[in-house]
Design a protein around this ligand. Sequence first.
Ligand code: ATP
Ligand code: MG
Length: 406
Amino acid sequence: MSPERPLPLSLEDPAPLLQWLSGTGPEPQQLDLLVLARAWVCAAIGASLDDPRARTVAERAIKLNDQMLQGENPDAIARLFSAGSPFDPNRFRTQWVNSFEKIEPFANYISRALIPEPEMEDTRLTIRYVIVELLRNAVQHSQAPAGGFVAADLWNKESGRPMLQLAVGDAGIGIPASLRALHPNLSDPEAALEKSLWPHISGTFEEGLTGTQQNAGMGLFFIAEMAKLTSGTLLIATRGATLLLSGWIDEAGNHSLRFIEPRGVGFPGTLVVFELPVGDVADYPALIETIKERAKQRTPQRAIHRWIRFDSAPPESTVFEIQKQAENTPAAIQLAQNEITPRILRREPIVLDFNGLRILTQSYLHSLLFEPLRLAWALRTPIHVRNVEPAVRSNLELLENYALAG
Ligand SMILES: Nc1ncnc2c1ncn2[C@@H]1O[C@H](COP(=O)(O)OP(=O)(O)OP(=O)(O)O)[C@@H](O)[C@H]1O
Ligand SMILES: [Mg+2]
């Protein structure tokens, strides 16, 4: 790169900086100072200081920045501080966070510092949510010694619209490696990164389950949906892949999600950037409700067909006709204990026939299947069902969701 051309640093085109930090891009002679001040670049460089290999590059980036600030690039500084400059130094914060206890107080502090206006409470709560989830991920999953490095700023875009940028970086193992142990089919970093945005996908439990006591696999799903619902932008750069999700809808009515070129460009750890037009969130509770609804809609599609099977059973299966004792919960418990569970233990195929039953209560199905289902999961033995009406099927799906959550 020639000395005259600064390294472009825009969130829409993050590859040059990411490549440089990953040791695959050329060394720039200058950085584009105007945007270096933005949070995502600070988080990327700050977090890289915690990675033994990226550290030298990060230090070099800080040096280049300092040189420019000391007047070696009067042009850039003039641009930064020219009349009507969008940069507000009061609304810019960085911080390392490396323990769970520090997350909540810090999220409160930083969201208030950036958005003190009482009338902007919905926006403030949204970014608070994002900060908490991203820091929990950095602290819990990254294995990075220093934890997560947060940078956040508020910036008036050329359009005059204030944009909030929040970035959390860590120099850890990256999302694909964290998922790999329990998701051996996600060996491709792009596939792993894309999948991490799904509800109930987590490095702490296998696909088809809905959670452990600590994790539901919902953090990144919520953040991605927040970006979509607020015309925000989400960038996730991790070891081996970088994706950019735009909240704007294209002509076909879709949100654009693309992997950054050149393919394979990533970050020496994990860097998540969330950009939000300030004031775009008018109703935070409604936003959360919508996302919960979306999660519900998507969860059954993955969680079913795992241990409750709606497809045809092996011919030698023992069949239990549920109609004979429907809604009799003590009988359901007896059936579960005396007939169903022993067969699952012996890995014998069984079929529950729901013929003639249009509606069943959740508590009845719970009595019948909660324990058998958990056993079926533990022993990797399916429970086949047949003649299931739609309402009963959705009860079964809901049951499967939470029965396998613990
Ligand atoms: N900073 C990170 N470093 C390494 N892996 C990560 C990081 N962030 C996320 N992951 C991986 O992506 C998975 C999905 O993250 P997500 O936040 O959606 O779910 P979770 O943290 O497992 O559960 P929850 O957020 O509901 O507590 C994580 O389980 C982890 O495997
Ligand atoms: Mg999480």
